[in-house]
Write a protein that binds this ligand. Structure first.
Ligand SMILES: C[S@@+](CC[C@H](N)C(=O)[O-])C[C@H]1O[C@@H](n2cnc3c(N)ncnc32)[C@H](O)[C@@H]1O
Length: 231
């Protein structure tokens, strides 16, 4: 695990110290390997809210057949994401783009949509709208991979909420209007009510946070629920 973190940090050597620190903490506290494992090789992936590109680059490095379109609203981070892809030698398979806050892939175009620690920035109404849009954007049997913090009641959730409020509302490190962590069962309800089949749910450990990772799928035929689709 530490080797993986060291390698990831190396992709950001040459960036400012804030970016290097941010990415090092992120690599320590995010279950990157579990997220990579949820992405099938050979797929076209859209990562929404890629930030400095840690997940996009990790996936491209580990999965030689994957192409990632990595988008974010925050232009400040995207230069580092492009340079990280170049240093890792995957710039031909990682396309980094700035988008507007309501951007979603066009209908029926995405095989995999990945979103890692972005949806807590949306309130329930916006989140439902976002999930319906992604459902439309996926091809039949396309996959949505969602990684969020798990808001089980307790100190960890209070700490994570305070930390993120600080990052979003005070420091402006993350662009967002709200901080709204949700428990795993709530995620399942939201995904299913937007028409997804949930095929995998895990609670990987990384750093001091509790995480929840969902693999959901747009059904082949709407209303028909097929058998399990392993991650
Ligand atoms: C906590 S960071 C996570 C970055 C990255 N996914 C990761 O796991 O390392 C959240 C990112 O979501 C981006 N973001 C916020 N709202 C967004 C939106 N509506 N569309 C795309 N990106 C958004 C922010 O700019 C920020 O880079």
């Amino acid at each position: 695990m530490l080797r993986g973190i060291g390698r990831a940090v190396g992709w950001y050597r040459g960036e400012g110290w804030r970016t290097q620190l941010h990415v090092a903490v992120r690599a320590l506290t995010c279950p990157v390997d579990e997220i990579v494992a949820a992405v099938p090789d050979g797929s076209r992936v859209v990562e929404v809210g890629c930030g400095h590109g840690l997940l996009a680059v990790s996936i491209a490095v580990a999965r030689p057949g994957v192409h990632v379109r990595a988008v974010d609203v925050d232009s400040r981070k995207l230069g580092a994401a492009r340079r990280a892809a170049r240093r890792a030698g995957v710039e031909e398979r990682v396309q980094v783009e700035e988008v507007g806050p309501r951007w979603q892939p066009p209908e029926h175009t995405a095989e995999v949509v990945l979103v890692g620690d972005v949806l807590y920035l949306l309130d329930d109404r916006e989140l439902r709208r976002w999930l319906r849009g992604v459902h439309r954007a996926l091809v039949p049997e396309g996959r949505l991979v969602v990684k969020e913090l798990d808001a089980a009641p307790g100190r960890r959730t209070q700490l994570a909420t305070a930390q993120e409020r600080w990052a979003v509302e005070r420091l402006g490190i993350t662009v967002g209007a709200t901080v709204r962590f949700r428990a795993a069962h709530r995620w399942r309800e939201l995904l299913e009510s937007a028409g997804f089949e949930v095929h995998g749910m895990s609670q990987p450990r990384a750093g001091w946070h509790r995480h929840v990772l969902f693999v959901a799928r747009r059904p082949a035929v709407e209303g028909l629920h097929a058998g399990s689709w392993s991650a």
